[in-house]
Design a protein around this ligand. Structure first.
Ligand code: NI
Length: 254
């Protein structure tokens, strides 16, 4: 059984069949899903989904690409959402220097720090989005040694992966590990201990091979578990069992 630790089911691309799709997940071998928000409205939607489905949990947070209108009052609103019993992380939060239209770096860094402080105060893990911002992301999380979590869709170096693992972090692997040009991500997968690996879809984005280009969903997360199994020399069942146990441990789901 699988745990998709990163899927955005509030996305409008699921509006036509969300209930049907989510209801069918257990029979597709998916026993748990964690749905992270990207702003306040989507964080609220994640909590609502978590209330409706026993196997869905939520994270609440403001994504670096969506933080342009951030006001410090938003922190109190996030905190109100985060105390819900099915909210198990602050996320997704972080830095994204890839898109030129994103808010300025210093602004993103401020919003990231405010949310790491919230996670620390609430003793919650965080879900970090780090795109083209590896050095700053690592430096900022190191300012909060009590906070750990997952670097979602990990795209940094092997060296940074080893450092994060030593600091207690987990790494999330998504569709790109199944792509033909995945050499670097596979090297990272090989280098990090199995106990710190999570499998994610980032649905509706980044569908794995052979579904690349389609709308992604948790029913495809087995492809990431198969890749973990291949790289680590395990059976697929063992990779599924271990990555699910990892997700349960990180997000305190017993
Ligand atoms: Ni995401």
């Amino acid at each position: 059984m699988l745990f998709d630790t990163h899927a955005h089911y509030y996305d409008e691309r699921f509006d036509s069949d969300r209930d049907e799709l989510l209801t069918a997940l257990p029979e597709q071998g998916v026993e748990l899903v964690l749905c992270p928000g990207c702003d306040l409205p989507s964080s609220r939607s994640c909590v609502e989904l978590a209330e409706r489905y026993p196997y869905i949990y939520a994270a609440v947070g403001v994504h670096p690409g969506d933080c342009g209108n951030w006001m410090d009052e938003d922190l109190a609103k996030l905190r109100d959402l985060a105390v819900h019993p099915k909210v198990r992380a602050i996320g997704e939060i972080g830095l994204d220097y890839y898109w030129k239209d994103n808010p300025p770096k210093e602004f993103q860094q401020n919003v990231f720090r405010r949310q790491l402080e919230l996670a620390q105060a609430l003793h919650l893990p965080v879900i970090v989005h780090d795109r083209e911002a590896h050095g700053d992301s690592l430096a900022i999380v190191k300012e909060f040694p009590e906070v750990t979590g997952v670097f979602h869709c990990y795209s940094g170096s092997v060296e940074m992966a080893r450092e994060l693992v030593a600091l207690g972090w987990y790494l999330g692997f998504d569709g790109p590990v199944t792509y033909k040009n995945a050499r670097k991500a596979l090297e990272v997968l090989e280098a990090v201990p199995l106990e710190r690996i999570l499998v994610e879809t980032d649905a509706p984005y980044m569908a794995p091979e052979p579904f690349r280009g389609r709308r992604n969903h948790s029913g495809y997360v087995y492809r990431m578990a198969e890749t973990v199994a291949q790289v680590k020399g395990l059976s697929t069942e063992e990779a599924e069992r271990q990555t699910t146990a990892n997700g349960r441990r990180l997000f305190s789901i017993v």
